[in-house]
Design a protein around this ligand. Structure first.
Ligand code: NAD
Length: 351
């Protein structure tokens, strides 16, 4: 079938975006998927090499904060749907350079909203702006409780403040201009193609190279972890079946204290690398805490479960095992992205 609908995915060369682009290009030959990505340090076209030549896929290199460029591509391709993932996404970087986060995450989102609104005016039939966000907008939990869609926003890091702000703008465009949006707030993702500044790929990389595993504070920080493919499945479902002007929380029903997660990862790595039991754990080193560090995030994903029938398809053991296998099979990918500029950044952070 000749594609009949143009959809813009932003940030499609990044971690989650690449899984979303692949899923949509492969599953929906009736859509033409345009992937807009600035290719920052986190964007990598190697993530999409397998679908590069597909007829219903086009890569557009550009910055979502470049208003003239964004307006021009909306005019040219008349996107009926937008799935917006482009963002500065790493909390530690937001602490050293908060303004970059405001620029991409807030201003960039507004520029996309404006371009979408200018294109369709109020002819909203069949249109959708899907904004991908994080559970970090809700702030932190104590030992108990779960984030619900109705939990008040209380972002604590420049990253989460910028995401919270963009969520509010998306919602406000819905209220003010009737723009048909949907928002999801998801917990920590893990899986293939994740840049190794994030915990799981960083630690896999460091274990392979016998480098220290920097654990913040006492290691008691607790996060919910979701396999990235399950997030992509949820995004597909919400894009097609979510209701306008709704928010859905997405999570793995899978809470881990950082230190327990690191120990589990070490156990798997010892087995997969054929190393002596307990040897990877010796690499654990506790480092000075991140300022403003949220103690615990946990998601109540019962709304998306009940209303759209979504739940994770893999257990954490399975997802983690597949993820490790992918990084071990793609050491070239890991080495490419850990050379050069990233290495300098990493050394400044942890040494
Ligand atoms: P990522 O950092 O791996 O990818 C971000 C992508 O956006 C990169 O390809 C980068 O080149 C691109 N980008 C950055 N600035 C841009 C700009 N100004 N213009 C165009 N492209 C730009 O991030 P990710 O982990 O895949 O996260 C994707 C989205 O999902 C983000 O909006 C993030 O807030 C959200 N999210 C992530 C997680 C997670 O655990 N990783 C959890 C919940 C929500």
């Amino acid at each position: 079938a000749k594609p009949s609908k143009n959809i813009l995915v932003t940030g499609g060369a990044g971690f989650i975006g690449s899984h979303v682009v692949r899923r949509f290009v492969t599953n929906y030959p009736g859509y033409h998927i345009y992937n807009l990505d600035a290719l920052t340090y986190a964007g990598n076209l190697e993530n999409l090499i397998d679908i590069e030549g597909n007829d219903n896929y086009t890569f557009l290199q550009g910055d979502i904060t470049d208003e003239a460029f964004v307006n021009a591509i909306f005019k040219e391709h008349r996107f009926e749907g937008v799935i917006h993932l482009a963002a500065e996404s790493h909390v530690d970087r937001s602490i050293t350079d908060p303004l970059a986060f405001a620029k991409t995450n807030i201003l960039g989102t507004m520029i996309l909203l404006n371009a979408f609104k200018a294109l369709w005016k109020d002819n909203w039939e069949g249109k959708r702006f899907y904004h991908i966000s994080t559970d970090e907008v809700y702030g932190t939990l104590g030992e108990t409780g779960l984030f619900k869609e109705t939990t008040p926003y209380e972002p604590n890091s420049p990253y989460s403040a910028s995401k919270a702000s963009s969520d509010h703008f998306v919602r406000a465009y819905g209220e003010t201009y009737d723009l048909p949006y949907v928002i999801t707030n998801c917990s920590n993702n893990y899986g293939a193609n994740q840049f190794p500044e994030k915990l799981i790929p960083l630690f896999i990389h460091n274990i392979i190279h016998n480098k220290p595993l920097p654990v913040y504070g006492n290691g008691n920080y607790t996060r919910d972890w979701l396999y990235v493919i399950d997030h992509a499945i949820a995004i597909d479902l919400v894009y097609h079946e979510g209701l306008d002007k709704e928010t859905y929380n997405i999570g793995g029903f899978n809470e881990w204290k950082n230190i327990d997660l690191v120990k589990l990862l070490c156990k798997h790595m010892d087995e997969k690398l054929g190393r002596e039991k307990g040897s990877s754990e010796l690499l654990i080193t506790y480092v000075k805490d991140r300022p403003g560090h949220d103690l615990r995030y946990a998601i109540d994903a019962s709304k998306i479960n009940k209303e759209l029938g979504w739940s994770p398809t893999v257990t954490f053991e399975e997802g983690l095992s597949k993820t490790i296998d992918w990084y071990l099979a793609n050491e070239g990918w890991l080495n490419n992205v850990t050379s050069g500029a990233y290495q300098q950044y990493y050394e400044k952070q942890y040494q």
